[in-house]
Design a protein. Structure first.
Length: 226
């Protein structure tokens, strides 16, 4: 009766090769502090007995290892400081929610019938001006005539009422500050008191003011209590 030989050597070799490939170690891309120490110990263990490492060379290597150790410790410390800074920044940003801040913006806010406040700066000679207030839909709310404008900071005086003398609803209003120098009309961006209504904790932390505008921490001119 004819028999068919079984080729076990081929499958065994294939299995061994596969196992060998699976167990191959992935070389490290970055040496750690312990790796330097192991290299030094290995060097001492396998040095030529007839030509041992001289004291001078050993001292140099030990000094280098000490520097490496210090660098690793410095890196760890810096990382800890960076992490601490991020945590403190997140805590600070979160603590600003519901606070009032001064920022350059043309959006003013009314809360509980009261205008939170605003101001504008006059530079150079000005004969007069006007503040135009509109609601979020662009409807005219009120015009305020400006006179006797000297150089410096001027507060926006608004009682929170429209042209007819009625209190306006709470919310956001757009302010256009127009100054006249006798020849031209110049638009000036005011500084407003805004309410921090939210925070975006991302790579670059940002605050949301009046529910509609995003700003950076560096945009805050003044933090106001309440």
């Amino acid at each position: 009766m004819a028999t068919t030989p079984v080729n076990t050597n081929s499958s065994t070799i294939s299995s061994v090769n596969s196992s060998s490939q699976n167990t191959q170690r992935t070389p490290k891309k970055v040496l750690q502090k312990d790796d330097f120490i192991k290299l030094f110990v290995t060097q001492l263990r396998y040095q030529d007995p007839m030509k041992p490492l001289e004291n001078n060379d050993m001292a140099i290597q030990l000094a280098l290892f000490n520097q490496v150790d210090q660098l690793f410790n410095i890196n760890d410390t810096l990382k800890s400081l960076v992490d601490l800074g991020k945590n403190l920044n997140l805590t600070y940003v979160s603590s600003l929610v519901d606070k009032k801040v001064k920022v350059d913006s043309n959006i003013g806010r009314v809360e509980q019938g009261q205008f939170l406040g605003g101001e504008f700066k006059v530079e150079g000679f000005v004969t007069g001006g006007e503040i135009v207030i509109r609601d979020s839909k662009g409807n005219l709310i009120k015009k305020i005539t400006l006179t006797d404008l000297k150089e410096g900071i001027h507060k926006i005086e608004w009682d929170g009422k429209d042209q007819a003398g009625n209190l306006v609803p709470d919310g956001n209003y757009t302010f256009s500050v127009l100054l006249y120098d006798g020849k031209t009309v110049n638009s000036v961006k005011p500084t407003m008191v805004a309410r921090v209504t939210g925070a975006k904790l991302e790579e670059e932390n940002r605050l949301v003011i009046n529910g509609v505008q995003e700003i950076q921490l560096s945009d805050i001119k003044e933090l106001i209590g309440g």
